[in-house]
Design a protein around this ligand. Structure first.
Ligand code: NAD
Length: 359
């Protein structure tokens, strides 16, 4: 009677028949055989992750989560100070990390992000496309500021730069490697930033529409385009695109209104770009069929971030869970999508919205 034995190692599958052993190192074939314990499926040891918008509210959470799961982490953000602060905290916690000031709307800057990643860590396994212009309602004191990303919310100042601390990578102050042409213009003073929430649809400025399409969609296109090069070579890659409930459902503009105050509107560009994210996600998933590159979307519901009480109340009333999300409540889903725990999932959208879109 013939007897086979199978031994699965990290890089290969050994099939022994009597005294003969066949080694299978083809990664795709190997994956179809490998049965992993559940903890191992979430383990990101030896993986390298890049997070665009890694200095943002959720971006920072994603960077920490992937680092805690064992990945080396590249924090890419338009705001180099924020990126350095997040990377420094990771380094202090023992996570190999790197900050790269990156403008996702600039092809050369995005290519530089990937080149720096390969220089320092030698591969790129996971791309989290989190950078976006996401106009947020905040309490009245800082409402005029902070509408575009974190700019001017005061977060940069509090977060510090932590430049000296990038110890683990110990590599280099990455900004110093970036040619002047790639360094973005200094931040625009808050007083000059048009407030995207103050415009009706009829009067929505073309400039704001174009700016948001450029960051939220073109940026995601450029970052994915640059990252798939090494992923194709490795025959392995995971892309996660950040969507929003407003990519699935139209905003209920009533929750943005305040009695006795000028009307506010969640802008059209946000709903349109986030709906576009799902198209890009499905396109990349199917385009790279058979290449072991998986692309999925993650759709968070509203995450609490210093919103005023009235907004929190009206938003919460529309969520089945009856509240906004905490900023750490996307991390489980993010790790699931980034890891082999979701190895049979591509072209999908994982919704973590407290039931917002369920009714
Ligand atoms: N926070 C929420 O409530 C929420 C809800 C649903 C979806 N989302 C989505 O999740 C993602 C992350 O959200 P967040 O709360 O961390 O946003 P955030 O505004 O806190 O952070 C966005 C980050 O992107 C960076 N950025 C802006 N323009 C850039 C550019 N051109 N190049 C590189 N970086 C740039 C900003 O500097 C900022 O650090 C976004 O795509 C957002 O649309 C967030």
């Amino acid at each position: 009677m013939s007897k086979y034995s199978l031994l699965v190692t990290h890089h290969s599958l050994l099939i022994t028949h009597h005294s003969k052993t066949i080694k299978v190192s083809n990664i795709r074939l190997l994956w179809s055989f490998k049965i992993m314990p559940i903890q191992e499926k979430f383990d990101l040891k030896d993986r390298v992750a890049v997070i665009t918008g890694g200095g943002g509210l959720l971006g920072e959470e994603f960077a920490r989560t992937l680092g805690e799961a064992g990945a080396s982490v590249v924090v890419a953000d338009l705001d180099g100070g924020l990126a350095r602060r997040v990377a420094s905290a990771l380094s202090a916690a023992g996570v190999p990390s790197l900050a790269v000031q990156t403008d996702v709307t600039n092809p050369a800057s995005v290519q530089n992000m990937v080149a720096q990643t390969l220089n320092v860590f030698g591969r790129l396994d996971i791309l989290v496309n989190s950078a976006a212009l996401d106009p947020k309602v905040r309490n009245q004191e800082n409402r005029r500021t902070g509408e575009q990303g974190n700019r001017g919310t005061g977060e940069q100042e509090n977060r510090g730069t932590g430049e000296q601390e990038n110890r683990r990578t110990g590599e280099q102050e990455t900004d110093s490697l970036i040619p002047d042409s790639l360094i973005p213009d200094p931040p625009i003073p808050d007083s000059l930033i048009p407030d995207p929430l103050s415009h009706t649809f009829e009067n929505y400025p073309l400039e704001l529409w174009n700016q948001a399409l450029n960051v939220n969609l073109t940026g995601m296109f450029l970052a994915s385009q640059a990252a798939v090069g090494p992923m194709l070579e490795q025959e392995y890659g995971v892309i996660i695109n950040l969507c929003s409930i407003y990519g699935l459902a139209g905003p209920d503009q009533r929750i943005y209104q305040r009695e006795g105050q000028p009307p506010q509107f969640k802008p059209v560009h946000y709903a349109v770009t986030k709906a576009g994210v799902l198209g890009l996600t499905r396109y990349l998933a199917t385009y790279y069929a058979g290449k072991n590159i998986r692309t999925n979307a993650l759709t968070p519901g509203g995450v609490y971030n210093e919103h005023d009480d009235e907004f929190v109340k009206s938003y919460s009333a529309r969520a089945v869970m009856g509240r906004m999300a905490r900023k750490d409540e996307m991390n489980g889903a993010l790790l699931f999508l980034a890891s082999d725990a979701s190895s049979y999932m591509t072209g999908a959208n994982l919704v973590v919205d407290g039931g917002w879109t369920a009714w």
